[in-house]
Design a protein around this ligand. Structure first.
Ligand code: ATP
Ligand code: MG
Ligand code: MG
Ligand code: MG
Length: 522
């Protein structure tokens, strides 16, 4: 089944169950102080869950553009190395705001996966929350009993608080969740080791596809205890070991749970993983969400993807590096393009710098492993936009503009990339303790435009490390030096309505060699 049909089937299925289908919210958030990017489907519905607003429709479904590259969910380092974590991905979701609850959510999830998508039942595992004594949280018997009518008990896993209990924050709505995992290993492998032992174990072929969150409680300060004052004191003063666990313990001590009067359902299914599972392939990149991009990259670089000739000819080097580079580029171009289409230009601060970092990471992979010495990423725009033009019209509508922004960014970074890489090579010979100092990493940042995570990535590849704390010290020093300039910072957010495109006005050459692309805001 092709990805377009898979997405449509999801939306049609939930429409047939009385859901209103809504568009994806933008990838970039501008009025949420806690979050830079939308990182799950529920973000746009937060106010409904917090009781600040009421949804016109009690049942909603959609596909949401998500980005997981910062904060609580940061999957950047896995991308391309593994085959199922992306920076930008679509999260399919269905919601109930005080309407249906566990019974329907579980029943429909199972029906959709096994009847509509025809996923083999003997490859599926489900998990339920197993309870947590320290936090007085009960085992989710209700979900367990509901699942038992569809799957045998040996396919139901009791998960921990970490995997199977959802909370938005220290206080507020929370509840147990059930996850659905798929085992894509070969028959022989599945016979040898039961899949249930591999669930939530980072096995590349036993992966989570859907998370069903049952929001049924509200966590609040216990009026008999010290509340937020105690918590704040802990946050500021605690210096002991394992701060996270100690904080959790304190929090459960200071709070109580009460049932929510209106129970909600919040589900999220990774679209690219679903496409992989339905087609029983061993990588998200082998689905038609990615193959057009990979094919284009492979043709342009003249390097085969997943080239196996090296297996028979030991003198040829492994294609692993070039494969990773192609996956990274196919992934990153999506994140960067959608962010720009949603109004976030690459820049030197905040969300804009996250996008610039992703873009420079992709440029370096192309340059070092695929021989792209000239701007290349921008040329992927027609391929990407053609794939998604019926779903996310914002990309097609701004295709040339997005492509131009990316071209300018690539061009600017390529001016210093090679010199920066040579600089790393020359430093490498003289490293003390195989560690690049904070000053050296800062020089790469300041003179050659290397974001810290890029320097660290290259260091990892070459077998040395970077003094990241030292880098931060240098960065703080520079910030102090240029406080006056920082005060003039006007922010990096622009609204890109059709007639409001920021205009590219050239490069800003600093004293160092870093070239910064400049835009004029309309
Ligand atoms: P994982 O354990 O695999 O990192 P998760 O538990 O962090 O996933 P959730 O927060 O439960 O993920 O998100 C709901 C669904 O979104 C997941 O079941 C998965 O299918 C998908 N998903 C999560 N992170 C990614 C990602 N980085 N790339 C692609 N899909 C993802
Ligand atoms: Mg995760
Ligand atoms: Mg998980
Ligand atoms: Mg999950």
């Amino acid at each position: 089944m092709d990805s377009g049909s898979i997405r449509r089937k999801f939306l049609d299925f939930f429409a047939s169950k009385g859901h209103t289908i809504v568009p994806s919210a933008p990838l970039v958030l501008k009025n949420d102080p806690t979050l830079l990017f939308t990182n799950s489907g529920m973000v746009q519905f937060k106010d409904f869950f917090l009781g600040n607003a009421i949804s016109k429709s009690p049942r909603i479904a959609d596909t949401q553009k998500c980005l997981r590259v910062s904060g609580k969910h940061n999957d950047l380092e896995e991308v391309g190395i593994d085959t199922y974590h992306h920076t930008m991905f679509e999260m399919l979701g269905n919601w109930s705001f005080g309407d249906y609850f566990k019974k329907e959510a579980i029943e429909w999830a199972w029906e959709l996966l096994t009847v509509e998508y025809k996923l083999p039942k003997d490859r599926l595992y489900v998990s339920v929350f197993g309870g947590d004594k320290d936090d007085n949280l009960a085992f989710d018997q209700e979900a367990f009993d509901l699942w038992k009518s569809f799957v045998s008990e040996d396919r139901i896993i009791q998960g921990s608080k970490k995997d199977n209990f959802w909370e938005m924050a220290d206080l507020g709505p929370c509840g147990p969740c059930s996850e659905i995992h798929v085992d894509l290993r070969s028959d022989a492998e599945r016979k040898a080791v039961p899949g249930r032992e591999l669930v939530n174990n980072d096995h590349p072929q036993v992966i989570e596809i859907w998370n069903l969150v049952f929001m049924e409680f509200e966590r609040y300060w216990n009026p008999q205890k010290g509340g937020s004052g105690e918590m704040l004191k802990f946050d500021l003063e605690y210096k002991g070991a394992d701060k996270k666990a100690a904080r959790e313990k304190l929090r459960s001590n200071l709070t109580l749970l009460k049932p929510l009067p209106n129970k909600n359902v919040d589900t999220g299914m990774g679209f690219e993983r679903l496409c992989r599972a339905i087609n029983l392939v061993s990588s998200n990149y082998d689905t038609d969400v990615f193959t057009p991009l990979i094919r284009f990259i492979s043709e342009q670089s003249n390097i085969a993807y997943q080239d196996t000739t090296y297996l028979t000819n030991p003198r040829l080097r492994s294609s692993e590096k070039t494969d990773i580079a192609m996956r990274v580029i196919a992934d990153h171009i999506r994140a960067v393009s959608f962010a720009i289409a949603d109004g976030q230009l690459p820049s030197n601060t905040g969300a804009g710098y996250v996008i610039r970092r992703i873009l420079r990471r992709a440029v370096r992979y192309g340059y070092s492993f695929l021989n792209f010495k000239e701007p290349f990423l921008y040329s992927l725009l027609p391929v990407l936009s053609n794939q998604l033009k019926d779903v996310f019209t914002e990309l097609e509508a701004q295709r040339d503009y997005v492509s131009k922004v990316i071209f300018e960014e690539e061009n600017a970074f390529l001016r210093t990339l090679d010199k920066g890489l040579k600089r790393i090579e020359s430093l490498e010979g003289e490293l003390a303790n195989k560690t690049l100092t904070g000053e050296q990493a800062f020089e790469l940042y300041d003179t050659f435009g290397f974001p810290l995570d890029l320097t660290s990535l290259i260091a990892r590849e070459r077998g040395f490390s970077v003094d990241e704390d030292g880098f931060k010290v240098e960065m703080a020093k520079q910030k102090n030096r240029s406080k006056a300039d920082a005060a003039k910072e006007t922010g990096d957010w622009v609204l890109v309505g059709d007639d409001q495109k920021p205009e590219f006005i050239g490069y800003d050459h600093l004293e160092s060699e870093v070239t910064v692309v400049k835009y004029r805001k309309m």
